[in-house]
Unconditional design. Structure first.
Length: 138
């Protein structure tokens, strides 16, 4: 049962959808923002997350599923941050660009627009469904 929906941002030159698609599961590490960390800590096994290519592409390209809830980030020497494990769930038929999302009034409240630097953010169910519909048509 899916409890919540999320969006995870990644720079494609650091960790791309193609990289994610090649592994069975991977830890989502390197988050160094407290709000993003708190969002990771709220994720539950089975939650779905949009996989967003940031920087140059600025588009949602796929969906990953949380397969392991938060635990300490082994790359964090301060021991303040956490990771979750995610696995590829689905490649979107068509990527959904930030530009297209910004053109939908019903999505104007999203953190993706209002807090553009936040790398881990919640997505409400209605917005999730709108974006899924957008991904089905070019």
């Amino acid at each position: 049962m899916i409890k919540k929906y999320w969006l995870l941002k990644s720079e494609p030159n650091t960790w791309s959808w193609q990289d994610q698609s090649k592994v069975k599961k991977d830890m989502w590490d390197g988050v160094r923002n407290y709000q993003a960390r708190n969002n990771l800590m709220q994720m539950k096994k089975g939650d779905l997350c949009f996989f967003y290519h940031s920087v140059n592409e600025k588009q949602i390209v796929g969906i990953v599923k949380v397969v392991k809830e938060h635990y300490p980030d082994p790359t964090d020497k301060s021991k303040k941050f956490v990771v979750v494990d995610v696995a590829k769930y689905k490649t979107l038929k068509y990527p959904v660009s930030l530009e297209k999302i910004k053109n939908v009034t019903k999505l104007s409240h999203l953190a993706l627009i209002k807090q553009s630097r936040l790398s881990v953010m919640p997505i409400d169910k209605k917005s999730w469904e709108i974006i899924i519909k957008m991904s089905e048509n070019e």
